[in-house]
Design a protein around this ligand. Structure first.
Ligand code: DAH
Length: 336
């Protein structure tokens, strides 16, 4: 019997040590010390033992019960300790983990260009004015000395919203809106989207212009040229090749277009080509336009210009097609 108790002790201790969860440990306790546990059975069986053995077996079994109770308690404390630690580890913050990367957007290349150009002109004293994208034919054409039967209307393939109302084909109507609101002198620039039924490598149905208008006493074409050359050199650098070319606009007289030498790699052939690209129209405000806004054209004169911001972006960044600017291809946009 004594050997049996010793074997029981060894087995119980081994199982207690091996128990790796609270549940497993409790199963060991029930198996040995529970109501039908193996140590409990021995104590219960004492009555049948031979009287000379009874005392010794009783002592040994009771001692085993105490040993196992203590061993169970120790193991329980150990297991609870590890559990606590595990929980703490799960909940703790690992400061060495690399952060999650939040993709960051940036200003679109056209808006970058617009901001830069606005900066150059505001430094010269121009103020920013804005007008509506949906415009009346009156502001978009008539007030700009472009009546219904004027051939210049043909060059603007216009989106009509309804009779008399168009998507503005140019930012020039804002000249009229500004002069109607403000007596001279004025000096404004007008960035904004414009719309034409048009699509190829250098034309897009929606594109971006920036209008300029300056009216004061004694303004001449030399002021216009000086201002535009200052802008062009500030923006493209002093080495850029520029040419002023006489042109016709209904709302300016005389008028000119300005070209810039554009070098870009063809997207299909890979060939690097240079050609003159028109980036703006300009001229001296036509007296009829002044009449339309009740400005005194005997006292005041002024110049106006309209920049094509898409073209300017294409020259600045050697972009081969205007469509890149509106396709929202991240591989393109992320370069800027
Ligand atoms: N509005 C013209 C266009 O879209 C550009 C332009 C030319 C604007 C001459 C002007 C100007 O203010 O004076 O083709």
């Amino acid at each position: 019997m004594k050997e049996q108790i010793e074997a029981l002790r060894q087995e119980a201790i081994a199982r207690i040590t091996a128990a790796s969860s609270l549940q497993a440990l409790d199963e060991v306790r029930v198996a040995f010390l529970g109501r039908k546990g193996r140590v409990t059975e021995i104590l219960r069986g004492l009555a049948q033992a031979a009287p000379e053995e009874r005392r010794e077996i009783g002592q040994k079994a009771n001692a085993l019960k105490d040993i196992l109770t203590a061993a169970l308690e120790t193991r329980l404390a150990e297991l609870e300790g590890t559990l606590k630690q595990q929980k703490a580890q799960e909940q703790s913050v690992d400061l060495s983990l690399p952060g999650r990367c939040v993709p960051q957007g940036h200003v679109h290349v056209l808006n970058q260009i617009m901001e830069e150009i606005v900066g150059i002109f505001t430094q010269m004293g121009f103020q920013v004015a804005l007008g509506p994208d949906i415009e009346t034919e009156y502001y978009n054409f008539d007030a700009l000395n472009t009546p219904d039967d004027h051939p210049a209307r043909d060059s603007h393939d216009t989106f009509f919203v309804k009779p008399g109302v168009v998507l503005r084909t140019q930012t020039s109507p804002v000249q009229i809106r500004v002069m109607e609101q403000t007596p001279p002198p004025v000096a404004v620039i007008v960035p904004g989207r414009v719309y034409r039924v048009d699509l190829d490598a250098t034309h897009s149905p929606m594109f971006v212009q920036m209008e300029g208008l300056l009216v004061d006493k004694g303004i001449t074409f030399a002021d216009l040229k000086g201002t535009l050359m200052h802008f062009i050199h500030a923006f493209f650098g002093p080495d850029i090749k520029v040419r002023f070319r006489p042109h016709f606009f209904p709302f300016t007289e005389p008028s000119a277009e300005v070209d810039i030498l554009w070098t870009a790699r063809d997207r299909h052939t890979g060939e690097v080509k240079s050609k003159w690209l028109e980036i703006l129209g300009c001229g001296m405000v036509h007296p009829q336009v002044f009449k339309n806004v009740s400005y005194d054209y005997e006292t005041y004169s002024g110049y106006a210009f309209g920049l094509g911001l898409d073209r300017i972006a294409m020259v600045k960044h050697a972009i081969s097609s205007i469509t890149h600017l509106y396709e929202n291809d991240l591989r393109f946009l992320e370069q800027f």
